[in-house]
Design a protein around this ligand. Structure first.
Ligand code: PMP
Length: 402
C-alpha cells in the first residue's frame, strides 16, 4: 500500500531536528532512519566482505550485495540485474561510459551532442574525450521554456553523432526534457544516449525499458541513500563490449605475467573491495521508498516550490530561473550578490545553495554569474517556505542598508 503523509515522511529524517530549515536537497538529500539503522547494523554486527570469503557472514553479505543489484534493476525496470554496475557516484558512472564505451569508438570528426543544461558531470567527460580525439562537442541549446530545445535535435544529430548526453532533470532550472523524444531522435541516426539521472531519480519513477535508455547514471546520496555509492545502468549488449577501466582484485578470472581474462559484466567494472555498507544502506532506502507514494511526495515538493515562487515574486529584483513544475527554485535578486544573500540566510538558519551549481555553460546561457537555489524535498513544510521568505526579506534589508 503506497502512501504519503508529509509529517510521517518528515519524521524519518533525524537530521531535521538540528538542520534548521534545509532547502538544499538537490545537493544531497537528508538520510532516513532506515538507512542509518541498516548501515549502523552492518558496521556493528557484520563480519567480512563480499565475493571473497566462504564463512557464513561473508556469504550472507555477498547475497545481500547481489540482491540489492536486483532491487535497483527492478526500481528502474531493467531486465537484467547484471546491467547494474556499482560506482562511487553519478560522476564516476558517466566517466566509466566515456572511457570504456565511447573512447575506443571515437574518431576524429565524430560528434557528441551535449545539452547546454548539463551539470559538469555530464559535460566535462565528453569535452575531455572530444579534445583527446579531435571530435566535436555540439551544443544542444536551451529553449525559452528553460529546457533543452529538443526541436533542434533533427538538425544537430547526424551519422557522425556517437552520443547524446542529456540530463533527466536540471539541477538549476529543475526542467525535465522529454527523454522519450530525445532518445527516439538519437536512435534514428544510430547514436546512443547517456541520461544523467542524478537529479531525476528521486522525482519520478524511471523505466529504462519504456524509454529505451542506453546508459543511465545516478548517485545514492541524492536519493535518500548513502554517499560514495552510485549506479550505472547500461544495456547488457553495451556493457558486454566495454573493457574494464580499473584493474585489481575480483574483476578477472585468471592472471599471470602474460595477461588476464576478464569477468563478465558487471563485476569486470568493480575492481577492489566495494562499498558494501553503501549498497546495504541503499537497499534499505529502496525497501522503505517502495511503500511511499512518490508521485504524491513529488506533488508536495512542487507545491512548496510554487508557494515559494509566488511569495518571492514580490521581492525587489526577483527573477526566477525555475522551469514549470519543478520542485526547485533557482533565482536571483538583481543588484545583490548571491553569495552575500546566502551567507545572511545561513545566519538566519536557512540552508540554501548559491553559485554556479557545477553548470557553468548553463549559467552562460542564462546570462548570470550564479543563482540562489532553494530545492525542496517532501520532508519540507510550509513553515520552511515562510522561514525562507522572512530570512530573504531580512537579508535584503541588511544588504540595502550597507
Ligand atoms: N548531475 C547532476 C544533475 C547533479 O546535480 C549532480 C550532483 N550535483 C551530478 C550529476 C553529480 O553527482 P555526484 O557528485 O554525486 O557524482
Amino acid at each position: 500500500m503506497h502512501n504519503f503523509y508529509p509529517a510521517n515522511f518528515r519524521a524519518q529524517f533525524p537530521a531535521l531536528q538540528d538542520a534548521g530549515v534545509y532547502l538544499d536537497s538537490a545537493a544531497t538529500t537528508l538520510k532516513p532512519q532506515c538507512l542509518i539503522d541498516a548501515t549502523s547494523t552492518f558496521y556493528s554486527l557484520s563480519a567480512g566482505t563480499v565475493h571473497r570469503s566462504h564463512y557464513a557472514s561473508a556469504q550472507e553479505l555477498t547475497a545481500r550485495y547481489e540482491q540489492a543489484r536486483t532491487q535497483v534493476a527492478r526500481w528502474i525496470n531493467a531486465t537484467d540485474p547484471h546491467s547494474i554496475v556499482w560506482t562511487r557516484g553519478a560522476t564516476e558512472a558517466i566517466n566509466l561510459v566515456a572511457q570504456s564505451w565511447l573512447e575506443p569508438l571515437l574518431h576524429a570528426g565524430d560528434e557528441i551532442v551535449v545539452s547546454e543544461a548539463e551539470h559538469h558531470a555530464n559535460f566535462v567527460p565528453w569535452l575531455m574525450l572530444a579534445q583527446r580525439h579531435n571530435a566535436r562537442l555540439i551544443k544542444l541549446p536551451l529553449g525559452s521554456d528553460k529546457l533543452p530545445d529538443l526541436s533542434l535535435l533533427p538538425q544537430l544529430l547526424n551519422g557522425k553523432t556517437r552520443l547524446l548526453a542529456l540530463g533527466q532533470m536540471s539541477n538549476v532550472t529543475g526542467g525535465r526534457p522529454s527523454l522519450k523524444l530525445a532518445i527516439e531522435l538519437a536512435h534514428q541516426v544510430g547514436a546512443k544516449v547517456m541520461i544523467d539521472g542524478a537529479q531525476g531519480i528521486v522525482h519520478a519513477r524511471t523505466d529504462v525499458q519504456a524509454l529505451d535508455i542506453d546508459f543511465y547514471a545516478f548517485s545514492g546520496h541524492k536519493f535518500y541513500g548513502p554517499t560514495g555509492l552510485g549506479v550505472l545502468y547500461a544495456k547488457p549488449e553495451l556493457l558486454e563490449v566495454m573493457s574494464p577501466w580499473h584493474g585489481g582484485g575480483k574483476m578477472l578470472t585468471q592472471v599471470d605475467f602474460k595477461g588476464f581474462t576478464i569477468k563478465p559484466p558487471p563485476w569486470r567494472f568493480e575492481a577492489g573491495t566495494p562499498n558494501v555498507a553503501g549498497v546495504i544502506g541503499l537497499s534499505a532506502t529502496l525497501d522503505w521508498l517502495a511503500n511511499i507514494d512518490m508521485e504524491a511526495a513529488e506533488r508536495w515538493s512542487c507545491e512548496l516550490a510554487d508557494t515559494a515562487e509566488e511569495q518571492l515574486a514580490v521581492l525587489p529584483g526577483f527573477r526566477s530561473f525555475r522551469a514549470s513544475n519543478a520542485s526547485l527554485l533557482s533565482f536571483e535578486l538583481a543588484g545583490l550578490h548571491h553569495h552575500d544573500v546566502v551567507t545572511l540566510l545561513a545566519e538566519s538558519g536557512v540552508a540554501l545553495r548559491a553559485g554556479q551549481h557545477c553548470a557553468q555553460p548553463l549559467m552562460q546561457a542564462l546570462g548570470v554569474s550564479g543563482t540562489l537555489r532553494a530545492s525542496f524535498a517532501p520532508y519540507n513544510t510550509l513553515q520552511d517556505v515562510e522561514a525562507l521568505v522572512r530570512a530573504l526579506r531580512l537579508a535584503i534589508d541588511l544588504l540595502e542598508e550597507s
